[in-house]
Design a protein. Sequence first.
Length: 331
Amino acid sequence: MTTATDTPITVVTLDREHDPHDLSAPLACRDCGIRVDGPHDRANVEVLQSSGFRMETILGSVERERPSPIVHTAVTRCESCAERVSLANELLDQFPKVRLRIGSRSIADARVLNALIALDALGVRLPKIDSDRELVLLLNHMTRTGSAVRFDARLTGPTRPGAAPGCEFSAAPWTHVPADIRGKLRGATAAYLKARVDTPRPIAPPDGHPRGCLLCGVSTQLATAATASTVWARLSISPDRVGGERGAKRVNGVVCRICDRAIDKAGSVGPSAMEESLAAHLEIREWAYLDRPELHGVQSWAATGRTKPNDIPWSHLGDLKHVASLMRSPA
Ligand SMILES: [Zn+2]
Ligand SMILES: [Zn+2]
């Protein structure tokens, strides 16, 4: 029986010289690898360059780099791969927060494209992406494998011994993908599809602890079944370090992910950690650190002595819009 695992790599090589400037010759699709006949529009052609080294085996086992001529290879995209590029763009336009988190538009474009490529190479239909989370899941699971699947991964870096870059094409889309990469693709896809159905739900602090985050007081955090046990971090605090009365009894409890990170960033539990947490929860990127007397009196939820947790982090402080404006205003 033939399984996908032993599908041989099938690449065809044309018996001709490759001229990267000849727009009438057939070119490989840089993603799926199939032959795209000319003439080509110059705007759709990119010339890739190999590094001019190739690995050589000496004494039967030791590999070393050996200089070889730099190879220029022109590539293009077939119609369906060009459509995928547009789809990647549309997805990022639809979920701009994901793009902002990645930073650079071109890096974001490449990550989404590689993830879509990974699914297509296995013949898996792209599931519906209708939230930031769905897109982030896709990227987290599929991007890395997708970059190894692209045909142009063969054309950059050291040239392979015996390769005829520019004259090679996949016999059919993705037939250049070797078995080990296909195996990784299947693993990544299975993990991705599993993570999609593991929908996040609100997780309260573990039994036996105060019912809110000791700093911000939030009552629940969204987490999947796989991560539910790790969303609350245990902590023991002296209330007088976080706005409570001097000499008040230590409180054992838990903190949310954001407050946990804030404590890490501040280096200790205290006013700076509370400010870091407020800035993170209120999505303030830059704030004035010094001379804000109004903020000096900030109390953590634990220091208030309340037992009812907050639906919204820090809502025990009252008007959070006012707090945000104090933090944003220069001292
Ligand atoms: Zn293609
Ligand atoms: Zn918190």
